[in-house]
Design a protein around this ligand. Sequence first.
Ligand SMILES: *[C@@H]1O[C@H](CO)[C@@H](O)[C@H](O)[C@H]1NC(C)=O
Ligand SMILES: *[C@@H]1O[C@H](CO)[C@@H](O)[C@H](O)[C@H]1NC(C)=O
Ligand SMILES: *[C@@H]1O[C@H](CO)[C@@H](O)[C@H](O)[C@H]1NC(C)=O
Ligand SMILES: *[C@@H]1O[C@H](CO)[C@@H](O)[C@H](O)[C@H]1NC(C)=O
Ligand SMILES: *[C@@H]1O[C@H](CO)[C@@H](O)[C@H](O)[C@H]1NC(C)=O
Ligand SMILES: *[C@@H]1O[C@H](CO)[C@@H](O)[C@H](O)[C@H]1NC(C)=O
Ligand SMILES: *[C@@H]1O[C@H](CO)[C@@H](O)[C@H](O)[C@H]1NC(C)=O
Ligand SMILES: *[C@@H]1O[C@H](CO)[C@@H](O)[C@H](O)[C@H]1NC(C)=O
Ligand SMILES: *[C@@H]1O[C@H](CO)[C@@H](O)[C@H](O)[C@H]1NC(C)=O
Ligand SMILES: *[C@@H]1O[C@H](CO)[C@@H](O)[C@H](O)[C@H]1NC(C)=O
Length: 380
Amino acid sequence: MNGKISLLLLSLIFLTSTPGVCPLSFQEVHVKAGEMAVLQCPSYRGYSDGDAEVFWTSHTVDEMKLFNMSTSAEQRQMGVLVHGRILVILRVSVNHQGNYSCSFRNSSRRSWISLKVYTAQSRECEQMNQSFKECYTEESYKLYCPEKNVSFNTLNITTSGITWHKEGGSSPKDGYFPSVKKEDSGIYTCTRFYLYDGQIYNMTSTVKLDVQPNKITEKAVIISPENKQVFEVDLGSTVVIDCKAVMMSDFDDLFWLSGSSFFDADTSLPVSYNDTRPFLLRVNSTEEITMTTSLIFRKVSEDDLSKNYTCKLQSDYETNFVTITLKQKDGKSYNACLMYYKSSTDQGLSEDDRKRLESEMKNRFGYSLCLYSPDVVPDR
Ligand SMILES: *[C@@H]1O[C@H](CO)[C@@H](O)[C@H](O)[C@H]1NC(C)=O
Ligand SMILES: *[C@@H]1O[C@H](CO)[C@@H](O)[C@H](O)[C@H]1NC(C)=O
Ligand SMILES: *[C@@H]1O[C@H](CO)[C@@H](O)[C@H](O)[C@H]1NC(C)=O
Ligand SMILES: *[C@@H]1O[C@H](CO)[C@@H](O)[C@H](O)[C@H]1NC(C)=O
Ligand SMILES: *[C@@H]1O[C@H](CO)[C@@H](O)[C@H](O)[C@H]1NC(C)=O
Ligand SMILES: *[C@@H]1O[C@H](CO)[C@@H](O)[C@H](O)[C@H]1NC(C)=O
Ligand SMILES: *[C@@H]1O[C@H](CO)[C@@H](O)[C@H](O)[C@H]1NC(C)=O
Ligand SMILES: *[C@@H]1O[C@H](CO)[C@@H](O)[C@H](O)[C@H]1NC(C)=O
Ligand SMILES: *[C@@H]1O[C@H](CO)[C@@H](O)[C@H](O)[C@H]1NC(C)=O
Ligand SMILES: *[C@@H]1O[C@H](CO)[C@@H](O)[C@H](O)[C@H]1NC(C)=O
């Protein structure tokens, strides 16, 4: 019998070390003494979980044992549960260390799993299989405790909670950081607890967390101008209004529009825009993608004063915008002021006359006119 196993192991070594030959699967599982071990027999094509009966054999230093589901009572006494492709050792001791093989009933294929048991003193195995996670400062972060993809219910095992522990420090109990800090970097150990037949068993995993400075701020927002900001301008002057935004990605869009019309980049037009390319900006420990798009009025006209201009930031996640207006600057508003008297007779300046005069002066001579009668005080 022993000779057969040696032969099998020899051929296994031969097969696994020969490239080109389909290797038999050989896994290594590392478990800390005192904890629960879960061995999973790989599934083969043609042998699904339901129909196949799986035979497990343990080859430990002092004995060889065959496990199948009909030996439940004895197994339970030994703290071993078998259910199909799953073999659970509730509390591992160094005596459990060894090779385990599994095969499906009528299959000649056999899979091997090597169980390595380590004690608290030897940490190297723990480090070997720890998972590594990276996150960024100021983000919220939830540590994930690795879990075996096993239906514990069918083994009559109840899962009963997780605790987190940080090596040489404190850890949020549930592994959740509302806002992760650089000092939160380190090695975390999570323990999953299981309840079986009134007893509590556990399995630990380690997660190495590396907190990096926040690379990209997770926001897409227009920094300036402010919404509803009013820009004071001189009629006929060139006006440039910069819209600055912090974006989530280079693919976000930042543009000006008025009503539903967009502007052109052609600066010979009365109103146009000019973009900068998005660029990375380092702000303290944070990197931001910023971009500016300018709205350019070649010569501000009266017409421009009556419109709303909207700078819109469009990203995959959110859209925001600010709307601004232009207003004529105080003081320099008019080229000329005419005082007139209101009259109820035909000789006076009627409302129509006043309008005609105003537009005539403006259109023919480029004058901006203020007209007021003594009983009307001009407001600008
Ligand atoms: C390493 O951990 C993963 C889960 O994080 C587990 O699936 C795998 O079996 C472990 N490997 C060993 C050798 O223990
Ligand atoms: C896990 O179980 C082992 C053995 O029963 C015990 O020594 C250890 O303290 C347990 N771990 C935790 C975090 O409770
Ligand atoms: C299970 O194993 C026992 C010996 O441990 C054996 O007597 C029994 O026939 C096996 N059951 C099946 C279904 O092979
Ligand atoms: C398990 O198998 C490896 C080779 O794959 C062998 O070196 C080792 O001695 C075996 N261990 C036991 C306990 O049989
Ligand atoms: C194993 O048995 C199943 C049904 O019991 C059958 O469908 C399958 O072909 C068999 N496989 C081999 C390799 O004999
Ligand atoms: C978990 O196991 C089930 C059934 O064995 C399988 O369908 C599923 O894909 C597995 N999930 C992962 C993440 O491995
Ligand atoms: C789970 O419990 C049920 C009822 O107590 C029993 O029939 C079944 O064999 C148990 N399963 C295992 C895997 O022990
Ligand atoms: C557009 O903006 C860039 C950068 O600010 C500037 O160098 C360029 O002259 C501008 N183009 C026009 C037509 O204003
Ligand atoms: C950068 O850091 C300095 C000092 O810590 C702080 O005063 C300043 O507000 C920070 N700037 C930004 C944009 O966060
Ligand atoms: C400009 O916006 C204001 C406030 O939203 C609105 O009342 C007004 O009708 C808008 N004007 C134009 C020309 O769209």
